[in-house]
Design a protein. Structure first.
Length: 220
């Protein structure tokens, strides 16, 4: 005999259980986020058509504060950039002004040193007029040559004058020498004090004598 006690279809009450077919698995798995702030939108439209924010008041206040701080930060950065540009311009201008002042002071010192050369020239001229010749005269000439070499090393050079046409930019007329030759009119015929230039700028104009055509020469 078979044991029917283990057969679930045989029950004491005489009923037979009905087997339900298993439900097929869902094709799409849906996850519903039940958090209230995820279900609600940032803003909804009210009855009058106006936009009503669903965010809490403290969140709105924080967002407003952040927006204000962001605007303040942008303004601060803009002011910093303007101040930095102005500082750079000021620095360049100061550097240029300082360079000009240094150059001006350098030229003033060199102009003062030219007086030493003038004194050496006077000493040499006096010695030559006295027909003096010897170690003293040679020593003065040597010192003068060394001094001029030092000046030339820093860019100082003599301004040419004799035989050139008078140029008020580099020459200063101290006297006029009458001449009868029209070709010599306006030419520099003598140098009273030597002129010097540094680069393209005149350090000291040359004091010269300029030839001037006389009326007799002009008539002839």
């Amino acid at each position: 005999m078979t044991d029917d006690s283990r057969d679930p279809s045989n029950r004491d009450d005489g009923t037979v259980p009905v087997r339900r077919p298993s439900a097929p698995p869902d094709e799409d798995l849906r996850v519903v986020d039940r958090r209230w702030w995820a279900r609600r939108t940032d803003a909804s439209e009210g009855e009058d058509g106006a936009t009503v924010s669903d965010k809490p008041t403290y969140v709105q206040e924080l967002e407003q504060r952040l927006a204000a701080k962001d605007e303040e930060l942008r303004a601060t950065i803009s002011r910093y950039r303007e101040a930095s540009a102005e500082f750079e311009q000021t620095r360049v201008r100061l550097r240029r002004d300082v360079a000009k002042e240094v150059e001006r002071g350098k030229r003033a010192i060199l102009a003062d040193l030219l007086e030493v050369v003038d004194n050496l020239d006077r000493a040499l001229a006096a010695a030559r007029e006295a027909a003096a010749d010897g170690p003293l005269l040679q020593g003065v000439e040597l010192v003068r040559g060394q001094f001029l070499a030092k000046l030339e090393a820093v860019g100082v050079r003599q301004v040419p004058a004799v035989g050139l046409r008078f140029d008020p930019a580099v020459h200063e007329a101290a006297t006029v020498v009458p001449v009868s030759d029209a070709a010599q009119d306006g030419l520099v015929v003598g140098v009273i004090r030597q002129g010097y230039a540094i680069g393209d700028d005149v350090l000291r104009p040359a004091v010269v004598a300029v030839a001037e055509l006389t009326r007799q020469g002009a008539a002839s």
